[in-house]
Design a protein around this ligand. Structure first.
Ligand code: ZN
Length: 299
């Protein structure tokens, strides 16, 4: 009897500790910055993450496509121009126009008409990897800034030209930005960076997904996303099972420290993706981003 109890106790402990196998398929990093302090030139003390190093990080993590943007746009162009190196690393670069030439633009852009000119110049020029596919990432530190004249113009422009928007904003600003488009947000494709970095309740996230068919949630820095063992918390798991086509993963390499952590960040995603049904994991890891930008269903 005692031996049976011991066996039973072991089985219970074993199943509590059993972890799903991490997801091992391709990843689409839908929130990547290659800012000037990462440095796109030769490796040196002042240039910690040159292009070859960045591509090696992507390759060893199974990242097969990146939504690339940078302050200023030179980093994105460098990635887009490295056609053969990117091809060798198996990485497709999806270029976005960033709205920032410098740090001051982070706050000033919603009312700065010269940003519209800069965006139009970039869109006309395109990149060596093809036309820009979207605008962003941009920030709105106060949601009313979404009503600035440049913010209005760029939301209309994005919808007219079928550009995807990558926005780091709160839930109130999602409604404000969507309202500027001709379709009232029924057609705009907008990736919500972090899906509510201030901890927007999951019910509110779901209501926004229901209201705006082109809204997607990118999950870096999302508070409350993961629980025990690095697996999804129950309400997030339920939301993803209900809306498997609406989520994306991203690194958000906004400071160099994120490049240093890049392997761990991607491994963290693989852990919770492994706890989802295979088709749901495949979509969030790769397929949703691929569909958004017309890439193959399998890289
Ligand atoms: Zn970012």
């Amino acid at each position: 009897m005692r031996r049976w109890l011991a066996v039973l106790a072991l089985a219970v402990v074993g199943s509590a500790l059993a972890q799903p196998t991490p997801y091992s398929g391709p990843l689409f990093d839908a929130h990547l910055h290659y800012n000037n302090e990462a440095c796109v030139h030769q490796a040196s003390a002042a240039c910690p993450y040159p292009l070859a190093d960045v591509l090696a990080r992507l390759q060893r993590n199974g990242v097969r496509a990146v939504l690339a943007n940078s302050r200023p746009n030179d980093g994105t162009k460098a990635l887009a121009t490295a056609t053969s190196a990117a091809q060798a690393a198996g990485v497709t670069v999806v270029p976005f126009v960033r709205l920032y030439r410098n740090r001051a633009d982070y706050e000033g852009w919603p009312t700065d008409a010269s940003i519209v000119d800069m965006v139009n110049t970039e869109l006309a020029a395109g990149t060596a990897a093809g036309p820009y596919q979207g605008l962003g990432e941009f920030h709105l530190y106060q949601s009313p800034a979404a009503n600035g004249p440049t913010a209005r113009r760029l939301m209309r422009l994005a919808e007219e030209r079928d550009l995807v928007v990558l926005a780091h904003v709160d839930d109130a600003a999602i409604d404000l930005l969507m309202a500027h488009t001709a379709s009232q947000g029924k057609k705009l494709r907008l990736i919500w960076a972090h899906t509510g970095i201030g901890g927007t309740p999951v019910a509110r996230v779901e209501a926004l997904l229901a209201r705006y068919p082109g809204l997607m949630g990118e999950l870096s820095y999302r508070p409350g996303l993961t629980c025990d063992g690095g697996q999804l918390c129950p309400e997030w798991r339920a939301l993803m099972l209900k809306h498997p086509g609406r989520f994306l993963i991203g690194s958000d390499t906004w400071v160099n420290g994120r490049w240093e952590q890049y392997d761990e960040l991607m491994q963290g995603y693989r852990v919770w993706l492994g706890g989802l049904p295979t088709d749901v994991a495949n979509g969030i890891a790769w397929g949703n981003g691929a569909r958004l930008f017309g890439l193959p269903a399998r890289p």
